[in-house]
Design a binder for this molecule. Structure first.
Ligand SMILES: Cc1cc2nc3c(=O)[nH]c(=O)nc-3n(C[C@H](O)[C@H](O)[C@H](O)COP(=O)(O)OP(=O)(O)OC[C@H]3O[C@@H](n4cnc5c(N)ncnc54)[C@H](O)[C@@H]3O)c2cc1C
Length: 483
């Protein structure tokens, strides 16, 4: 199995990553990328250690593979997959949204129905199968960019008046396709092995050129990543920014400058139906988002722990009104966990023999996420008060001969040493107030699509409305003006 060292050494491959107008030489040593790459390396080391129970023999290859990439065929397989994902999520406390298990799960979903990718124009199902086998063998870290860039949401790309702002197929040849344009927003791509580029937003009949699905090595010639402002380099220390300094994942706009992609890496080309159905005609979307909810539940529990600890340190936890707030937090965390559990409990075998988590509880939790996360952050903000600002500027104030004595004396709590209190409140600030915290709020609200899509499409369509309406109809039919 791949180790963290194997993973890190593969990243220095000439990839084109831009930051502040400069090209990054080696992401494994740059302060914007090295910390999170180090965390991903830790995840690989965990999976590589048989003691962690994250390995299985993949029937698709007959070889040992990482359980987070498995295709669950029964309840036990689904439970084993969940346990492996939980183990990784526990290690990052849920703060790494796009760990390799996220997109890897979507690819397992695609490969569960390879025939979907065989059409009258192209026969690409074998590519999907072969790629999934490679993913299993090589323990690949794949990121994805599956949303058109925010140019205008008033029309789809064909209405934008300029060719290939959104990534599309500029040319098809006997050897492969040539991709041109951009796609948002590949989290983790700068430290991933490969990137899946496709489109999950609905495309119109004139958007044929933008309907493709392909997976490219991050160092593909002509592929450029434009990273947002990173937060990790600005983190003065792990003590001051315990989350930013470890878990800041780069998000990047992917620009494709006539990138040639050989057919073996293409899953769809100029095929609107395949591009849509790869997500929704397979288990990919449900299985992939269940992974995301498992991770989300781990993060919420960690945040709840911080909230409770803050109230213990401040001596407010026995006040009934504070218990009420902690109780609301507990209810939210418990509900998300219950949805994850319920999805596993209500899982069913789909037509391709995959055990798919129940969509109703899964999408119910997702539908509320754009309210859930801000509410959780709101409760923590409320409970910490000004304590997160009554903090010394940096760890140096705790050690400097000029400041150490006053800091130790005035920033403390009964039975809680100054350093312990400051550490806790700095952690709380990294959850609610730092740039990292702000990015995480945006992430939890948008990573699976804008809230109007998650609720108005996914949650709406996957709720059992038909049964509910039939029940109401039957009830209404049970009485008349005469009864
Ligand atoms: C931090 C972060 C990381 C991400 N990582 C990834 C990643 O790794 N890979 C990836 O592919 N994607 C990723 N995403 C998700 C993706 O890039 C988009 O943010 C997401 O799909 C929503 O699209 P949008 O941001 O363009 O929002 P828009 O679609 O522009 O929507 C923004 C808002 O406009 C309004 N709106 C727009 N259109 C309508 C409409 N038709 N009806 C009603 N209201 C409307 C709504 O208020 C909506 O909330 C990430 C997002 C964030 C924030």
């Amino acid at each position: 199995m791949r180790t963290g060292k194997d993973y890190l050494s593969s990243l220095d491959d000439g990839r084109t990553v831009y930051l502040d107008g400069e090209r990054i030489d080696d992401v494994t040593v740059h302060p914007a990328f090295a910390p999170v790459a180090g965390v991903v390396a830790e995840l690989y080391d965990m999976a590589a250690d048989p003691a962690n129970g994250m390995q299985y023999t993949a029937p698709e290859t007959g070889e040992t593979a990482n359980l987070v990439f498995s295709t669950p065929r029964d309840a036990e397989g689904l439970a084993a997959r969940r346990a492996a994902i939980q183990r990784w999520a526990g290690h990052t406390h849920g703060w790494v949204g796009r760990s390799p298990d996220h997109v890897g799960t979507f690819l397992a979903g695609f490969a569960s129905r390879p025939e979907l990718f065989d059409t009258e124009h192209h026969s690409l199902g074998a590519n999907v199968t072969a790629y999934y086998q490679r993913l299993l063998r090589e323990d690949l870290f794949v990121s994805y960019a599956i949303i058109p860039p925010q140019v205008s949401r008033a029309t789809t790309a064909s209405g934008w008046g300029e060719d290939f702002l959104q990534a599309g197929v500029a040319e098809e040849t006997a050897e492969g396709i040539v991709l041109r344009g951009a796609q948002m927003l590949a989290t983790g791509a700068a430290v991933a092995d490969e990137v899946l580029i496709t489109c999950i937003k609905p495309l119109g009949p004139d958007d044929q050129d933008f309907a493709f699905s392909a997976v490219l090595p991050v160092n593909a010639e002509g592929l450029k990543l434009y990273c947002r402002r990173p937060f990790a380099p600005a983190a003065t220390s792990a003590f001051d920014y315990p989350l930013t300094s470890r878990y800041d994942e780069p998000d990047a706009l992917v620009v494709l400058d006539d990138v040639f992609v050989p057919w073996e890496r293409v899953f769809a080309s100029r095929d609107i139906a395949v591009v849509r159905d790869q997500f929704f005609g397979t288990c990919a979307h449900a299985l992939g988002n269940w992974q995301a909810q498992i991770r989300f539940a781990a993060k919420l529990r960690f945040i709840a722990g911080i909230a409770r600890k803050v109230t213990q340190v401040n001596g407010t936890d026995k006040i009934p009104a504070v218990a009420d707030k902690l109780g609301e937090l507990a209810s939210i965390v418990g509900s998300v966990q219950a949805s994850v559990d319920a999805a596993e409990f209500t899982a069913t075998l789909d037509g391709n023999g995959v055990m798919v988590p129940g969509r109703e509880p899964l999408y119910s939790a997702m539908g509320l996420q754009s309210e859930t996360y801000p509410r959780v952050i709101g409760i923590v903000r409320d409970l910490v008060g000004g304590g997160v600002l009554q903090l010394p500027a940096s760890v140096r104030d705790l050690t400097s001969e000029h400041t150490a004595a006053d800091v130790a004396h005035y920033i403390q709590s009964p039975g809680v040493a100054s350093e312990e209190r400051i550490k806790l409140f700095k952690l709380a600030w990294d959850v609610i107030g730092s740039e990292f915290a702000g990015r995480h709020q945006q992430y939890e609200m948008f990573y699976a699509g804008a809230p109007f899509v998650v609720r108005g499409v996914y949650a709406f369509r996957n709720f059992g409305y038909q049964d509910a309406v039939e029940d109401v109809d039957a009830f209404l039919a049970g009485y008349t003006t005469a009864s």
